[in-house]
Structures are given as structure tokens and as C-alpha cells.
Design a protein around this ligand. Structure first.
Ligand SMILES: Nc1ncnc2c1ncn2[C@@H]1O[C@H](COP(=O)(O)OP(=O)(O)OP(=O)(O)O)[C@@H](O)[C@H]1O
Length: 625
């Protein structure tokens, strides 16, 4: 097997982060790692048996060589030589077979473990509260997780295999060599510490230089992404900074070049040492061994066997010198994955949570107090580079908010920017939990309901409705899996967007979302309304678009909304005159408090903040038909 003689895995060791070896692991880590291995126990057992067999085979062929030379050739026994040669060929075949078989098992274990870890992490992260996502740079989290999941599976494949096979090989080959000639063995072993020490030194230097090179490349990447987008490119042009930018970029790139040259120099020096030491050891074996043969203390066959065995000792010894770092690196990866799995959600479902009874759609806020969770309450200490750590409290955002929306009522929220309107809407479907007081849906505290039944009952349409980078059909299907073609078109037509979708060359199969066909703000919101209509929730939370739509799409959005809200209890962050006029109740929020509530006519008569908002925001809007 390549592992016994080759130096392939060495390069990976050389570049791994050596700091892992000094990390202190949690008490439970090993137990939990084993728990992940349990489902794969039978395969791991077979894999280990194969690895042991393969490592034992390593000494067979050198011993057969000895037998051929010392007995077969010396005594001119041709048929015996033929048998021994056949054994050699059989061992080689067996070794090849074992390599393939254990390779297949290794990937089955590794890939199986990746699947288990990925599914567990995805399922858990999906259930974390919204607060986690507002605090964490998702891209960085995802790439960290990907690396850790792959690092963790390595524990059960290459690390496990190399540790077992290298240990056995060192013992078996070492013992065989000592039995053959302890004098020669001792002599060659003097050279190995040189190899191990060089490898350690090179490893330390390489891992540090590689880390610096990665940082340098990241800095280059950041410089480019920041400047090669429309905003950055414009800033550069407007401030005439081209020359300075050129110089700064070249300086950063030069650092990466210098590091690259140093890494390559050290790598080559090490490669030369790797070739030199076995060559020197071989010279020693044949020099000293040859002398012993001449003196009659050693047979020629033994000398040849020693020469071959020596080469088979080198790789395993080298591998073992890195074992601690390998094992620790894999365990640290596991620990990072566990850290994510251990993150508690701030909106947990109770064990005895109830289903929301069909038809209940009242919403009630009872003296609700709320503050947003701090970063250190929702994100990870070890994800410092990913999460913006802040321990400062955002302070109370809502102070004793109380109101009721009866079945089918439309409640409008108005108030200056930052008053807490969006925050109020977040609490209805438990995107966050209240700090004090209670939010009730259908008369039950939302914390006593199952998350699924609550999520089914409440639908949101936000200003910038998110669409997956997928077809219109797939985005609609998300709200009602398996919806028929007729149902899709009925929803699109009620949302006043059917004409547009029909006019697209690909129709329902047009890709929308981040990078696909770009819908205008109004079109996107109408598509979101179609999605809401398919979901058909009993309660609708809506953030009306503030952006100015042209009067035609404004009217279309309005008609779509009228359909969407009909017969449903709704909470609307209102920006339109028609909405406030039609609302059953208007809540006027200011600095986290409801300062006024009533109908449009009542509030206008009352004066105060509403009358002021009306004059500044609503009065100059045309009244729609
Ligand atoms: N995720 C968050 N973490 C911490 N503070 C937040 C968060 N979201 C909002 N806030 C703060 O809560 C306060 C209320 O914000 P909210 O978005 O509810 O106001 P709003 O009335 O909807 O404003 P606008 O009309 O401008 O959208 C603001 O001071 C805001 O800075």
C-alpha cells in the first residue's frame, strides 16, 4: 500500500495547522464522536481488520526474497523458487485487492459520516431563532462548517487508517529487521531521528507560511470584491485614487509572491531530505551488511531483505510522528461541529405544545415588553471572526404594548421610523420571543403552541420579499407543495401578476431570485402575495411597500392586497392612505409604546401624533377608487 513506502500524505501533514495539537478538548467530545461512529460500527470493524491484514503483509515479500536467495538459489531448487515467486505474486495481488476494498470501505464510512453530520447541522441551524441569523455572517459560517465536517470525517478514514497501519507496520517491520540483524537495524535507525526532526521543523514553518499566504490571498480577494462592484468602482473613480490603489494592490500581491517562493524553497529542501535519508540508510545497510556478509555473519538473502524492509519502515515512522496533530485536528473539527449542534434556540418548542385549533385567528398583545437578544446570547464564542460580538444590550424596544385584533380585523400600525412597528410584527409568528407579557393567537400564548401550527396560521409579506434562486413555479410550490397548475394561475391572477408571468418567455419556469430574472419591487411583492394566497394562512402580516410604485402597479398591488386580506385577520404596517382609512383599528406607535389607537376618523379628531403623521405621510396621497 502506498502508505507504507510513499510520502504522499506527508504533504498534507506539513500544511495542517499545528496549533490544533495544543487545544484542550471538552470532556464529552470523545464520547460524542464515538456516538457518531456507532451506526458505522460494522463497516469500521471490517475496515480495521483489512488495515491490520494489509500492514502485516508488508514484511512477507522481503522475507520471501531472503528465502529465494538463501535457499532457492543457493541450493539450486528451481521448483521451490517458482513456488516462492508465486507467493510473491499472490501477496502483491492480495495487497492490491485489500487496497481497493479498504478504500471503498473508507469512503463509505467517510461519506456516511459527512452525510450524518451535514444533516444534523442543517436540521439544527434551520431551527435556530432568527436572532442567530441576524448576528452571523452566513457565508463564513457555511464555509467553516463545510471544512469542519470534512475534517471530522477524516478522523474515521485517513487518520484512523494511517494510525493503525503505521503503528503495526513499524512494530512488525522493526521486529523483523531486528531479528534479521540487530546491528544493521540499530545503525539505520540512527538516521531516522534526523528525518523526524526535519519533518517537524518543516511542518512548523510550512503551516505558518501557508496560513500567512492564505491571509494574504484573502486580503487580495477582499480588495478586489470591494472595488470591483459598481459601488466600489464608482467611489474609486470619483476620488481619483487609481494610482494609489495600483500601488497598494501590487504591494499586497508581492507579499503573496514572496511567501510562495519561500514555501516552494522549503518544500523542495524537504523533498530532497526525504530522498536523501533513505538513500543514505540504504548505503549504510549495504555497506555494513556487505561487510558482515563477507565475514560470514549475514546471508546475502538477509541483506536484501533488510534493504527492502528499511524502505518500508520510513513512511510509517514519518506518519507516526504526525499522529498527535492528525488526531487532534480531527477531534477539534468534531468539536466545532458539536458547538453548532449545542447552540440552543431562543424560541424553543415546549414538549407539551398544543396545535393551534382550526379557525382561531385572533391576535392579542398583552403588556408586551421586548428587547432584541445580544450577540453573545445567540451566537458562538468561537465564531468570533464570523459573529460581530457585542455584549451591549440593545435596550428595551417595546414597553408594555397591548392591543387586540379580532377575527377578520385589519389592524394598521403607523409611527415614525424606528418606533418598533416591524418588531411588533416579528412577535406574532415567534420570530422572537417576548421578554415580558404575552402574545396570544386564538387565545393561546404562542409559546404554548407547536411552531408548525403557528407558522401554518401566520403568513408574512415583507417589503423586499425573498425568493429562492429558482423558478417561479418552485417558489410558489414552496407555499403549497403539489399545487395544481390551475391553483398556481388562480393565485397569480388574484395577485395581479398573471399577465406578467404569461408574457415571460419561460412563463412559470422563469428563474427568479438573486441572480435570475429581476422583478421590479412591485412585481416581486405581487409574486409574494401569490405565494401567500397559496399558503392561505388565517392571519396575514404585511409590510406595505414604501417605495413609490407607478400608479398602475400601485393599483395592481392594492387590488392584490385587497384579495389577500379579505376574510383574514391582518396586521399591516401601513404606508397608504387607503389602508389607514379601511383599517378596523389603527395603532400609533412611538418609541416602543402605543400612544394612540382608534379608527382613522377618531384619531384625526383626537389630534396628536396621528394627525401629524397623517399630514406628513398620508394626506397628499391620492385616494384610490
Ligand atoms: N435585529 C435587531 N437587533 C437589535 N435591534 C434591532 C433589531 N431590529 C431592529 N432593532 C431596533 O429596534 C428598534 C425598532 O425597529 P423596528 O424595525 O421595529 O422599527 P420600525 O418602526 O419598523 O421602523 P421603520 O419604519 O424604519 O422600518 C430600532 O431602534 C432598531 O434599531
Amino acid at each position: 500500500m502506498a502508505m507504507h513506502t510513499g510520502m504522499g500524505p506527508v504533504w498534507r501533514h506539513m500544511r495542517t495547522d499545528r496549533s490544533a495539537a495544543d487545544v484542550r478538548l471538552g470532556r464529552d467530545t470523545l464520547r460524542r464522536v464515538l456516538a457518531f461512529a456507532t451506526p458505522h460500527k460494522p463497516v469500521i470493524t471490517v475496515f480495521l481488520v483489512l488495515t491490520v491484514l494489509d500492514s502485516l503483509l508488508v514484511v512477507v515479500n522481503p522475507l520471501v526474497v531472503k528465502e529465494i536467495v538463501d535457499v532457492g538459489i543457493k541450493d539450486s531448487r528451481v521448483s521451490y523458487i517458482a513456488v516462492l515467486a508465486a507467493i510473491m505474486a499472490a501477496v502483491a495481488l492480495l495487497e492490491a485487492g485489500l487496497t481497493v476494498w479498504s478504500g471503498v470501505l473508507s469512503s463509505r464510512i467517510g461519506e456516511g459520516l459527512i452525510l450524518d453530520l451535514r444533516s444534523a447541522v442543517f436540521a439544527h441551524v434551520q431551527r435556530l431563532s432568527l436572532a442567530f441569523f441576524t448576528r452571523t455572517q452566513t457565508g463564513a459560517l457555511v464555509s467553516r462548517l463545510n471544512n469542519d465536517v470534512i475534517g471530522a470525517q477524516r478522523a474515521f478514514t485517513s487518520t484512523l487508517q494511517s494510525t493503525v497501519s503505521n503503528s503495526i507496520a513499524v512494530v512488525v517491520v522493526g521486529a523483523t529487521m531486528i531479528t534479521l540483524s540487530w546491528q544493521v537495524t540499530l545503525l539505520c535507525l540512527v538516521l531516522f531521528p534526523v528525518l523526524v526532526l526535519t519533518a517537524r521543523w518543516v511542518g512548523g514553518r510550512l503551516s505558518e507560511l501557508t496560513r500567512r499566504q492564505m491571509d494574504g490571498n484573502a486580503a487580495l480577494g477582499n480588495a478586489m470584491t470591494e472595488r470591483f462592484n459598481v459601488g466600489g468602482a464608482m467611489l474609486l473613480k470619483l476620488f481619483g485614487r487609481r494610482e494609489v490603489e495600483d500601488e497598494q494592490f501590487t504591494a499586497k500581491a508581492a507579499v503573496v509572491r514572496d511567501l510562495g517562493v519561500r514555501i516552494s524553497l522549503i518544500t523542495r529542501l524537504f523533498a530532497a531530505t526525504l530522498m536523501l535519508i533513505p538513500a543514505l540508510a540504504t548505503a549504510l545497510v549495504y555497506g555494513v551488511g556487505g561487510w558482515l556478509v563477507v565475514r560470514g555473519d549475514l546471508s546475502i538473502g538477509t541483506l536484501l531483505a533488510l534493504g527492502t524492509l528499511l524502505l518500508r519502515l520510513l513512511g510509517p515512522l514519518q506518519g507516526l510522528s504526525n499522529v498527535r496533530i492528525d488526531v487532534m485536528t480531527a477531534l477539534v473539527s468534531f468539536e466545532r461541529v458539536f458547538e453548532i449542534l449545542d447552540l440552543p434556540t431562543t424560541v424553543p418548542e415546549k414538549a407539551d405544545a398544543k396545535e393551534l385549533p382550526a379557525g382561531s385567528s385572533t391576535v392579542e398583545f398583552d403588556d408586551v415588553v421586548f428587547r432584541y437578544p445580544r450577540a453573545d446570547e445567540v451566537s458562538l464564542a468561537s465564531l468570533e471572526a464570523v459573529a460581530r460580538r457585542e455584549t451591549k444590550d440593545t435596550g428595551e424596544i417595546l414597553h408594555g404594548v397591548s392591543f387586540q385584533a379580532g377575527e377578520g380585523d385589519m389592524v394598521a400600525l403607523v409611527g415614525p421610523s424606528g418606533a418598533g412597528k416591524t418588531t411588533v410584527t416579528h412577535l406574532v409568528a415567534r420570530l422572537y420571543d417576548v421578554t415580558g407579557g404575552a402574545v396570544r393567537v386564538g387565545g393561546t400564548d404562542v409559546r404554548d403552541l407547536t411552531l408548525q401550527s403557528l407558522e401554518d396560521a401566520v403568513g408574512y409579506v415583507t417589503q423586499d420579499a425573498y425568493m429562492f434562486h429558482d423558478t417561479i413555479r418552485a417558489n410558489l410550490d414552496y407555499a403549497r407543495p403539489g399545487a395544481s397548475e390551475d391553483e398556481l394561475w388562480a393565485a397569480l391572477s388574484a395577485a395581479q401578476i398573471d399577465r406578467l408571468v404569461r408574457s415571460l418567455p419561460e412563463g412559470l419556469d422563469t428563474v427568479v431570485g438573486d441572480r435570475g430574472y429581476r422583478l421590479s419591487g412591485g412585481e416581486r411583492q405581487r409574486l409574494a402575495i401569490a405565494r401567500l394566497l397559496l399558503k392561505a394562512p388565517r392571519i396575514v402580516v404585511l409590510d406595505e411597500a414604501t417605495a413609490h410604485l407607478d400608479s398602475e402597479s400601485e393599483a395592481a398591488v392594492q387590488r392584490a392586497l385587497d384579495t389577500a386580506l379579505e376574510g383574514r385577520t391582518s396586521l399591516v404596517i401601513a404606508h397608504r392612505l387607503s389602508t389607514v382609512r379601511n383599517a378596523d383599528r389603527i395603532l400609533v406607535l412611538d418609541e416602543g409604546r402605543i400612544v394612540q389607537q382608534g379608527t382613522h376618523t377618531e384619531l384625526l379628531a383626537e389630534g396628536g401624533l396621528y394627525a401629524h403623521l397623517y399630514r406628513t405621510q398620508f394626506a397628499d396621497q391620492p385616494v384610490e377608487a
